[in-house]
Write a protein that binds this ligand. Sequence first.
Ligand code: PLP
Length: 337
Amino acid sequence: MFLTIVPGIGAATGFKATLAEMLPLPKLLLQPLALDWLARTDVRVAVLRLDLTDSELSGNKWCKLSGHLRRAIGTGCQQLISVGGPHSNHLHALAAAGKRFGLQTIGLLRGHAQETPTVRDLLKNGMQLHWLGYAGYRDRYQPGFWPSWLQRYPGSYPVPEGGGGLTGAMGCAPLVKHLASLLSGVGWHDYDGWWLAAGTGSTLAGLVIGERGCHPVFGALAGPASHRIDQQVDRLLAEAGQPANPGSYQLYDACRAGFGRFDDPLLQFMTQTEQASGIPLEPVYTAKALLALRHQVEHGRFAPGSRLVFVHTGGLQGRRTLQCVAGGIAGSSSLHP
Ligand SMILES: Cc1ncc(COP(=O)(O)O)c(C=O)c1O
């Protein structure tokens, strides 16, 4: 669909573009992963390198935000408003998207004012920040939260946490078609499932929607079971008119020390995997997801010869903070996004 950018957005700078020009389909790379534990078990993994799609709207953010940006611009909103923590990949991408497409951005942040590499980028990209404290941030689930912020910033487009919701999930569904065109490049004619990190579960839900039951989607939970991501995924699938089928998706524990927390074995695994594969990872989502996959593979979850697509969901901007905190860690440390 071609929509001309609405007057007022970017008009002051003479900026005018179609949405298709603004958000061109990224060229995706599917890369075979050669690691000793995969060779031993004869399980084949290819990495869908969403981390390479765009320097700023990297990973699953391009997919999840594309629909929100289209809707915001299509309905004439000039401001995007959303929530996240001081290391949030989502806010990082949102601020960059706002700057790129001439939209103002407002970030509602967890905790108290602090400077992190992510926060510095948010400010650099012109995001207006409000620090909500911890209790104030928990209120984001209260019915009055969004109405009061929308009263303060009338006409803003509220982007759900993590860029999710059905609009965010639907932006991930086309990945299934993209993958089909990449399989021959790694010598596959088919595959046996997807494996990816799940935070809110929106990316996973999008893949389940795109698959329509053809291949299972396996999600590695970056947070604790108490977050009830299964319920969120089921809700998204129901909203999409595709209620969950048994076997269409499965969730596995990958949380370890807690959401945003990482321990020494995880960091060692991440470093070794990066050295062996040349693929950069980060500890909150992608390294946890891959370590959980190794656990399942080594426990015989996948038969020899299985072919899995591991989605690299990005998040590499968070590594900068890791470099600051990991130097002195012992036991476990935290990078709560
Ligand atoms: C790098 C990265 N990977 C995975 C996820 C999880 O995605 P979702 O919330 O759609 O499950 C996120 C959060 O959006 C993320 O930033």
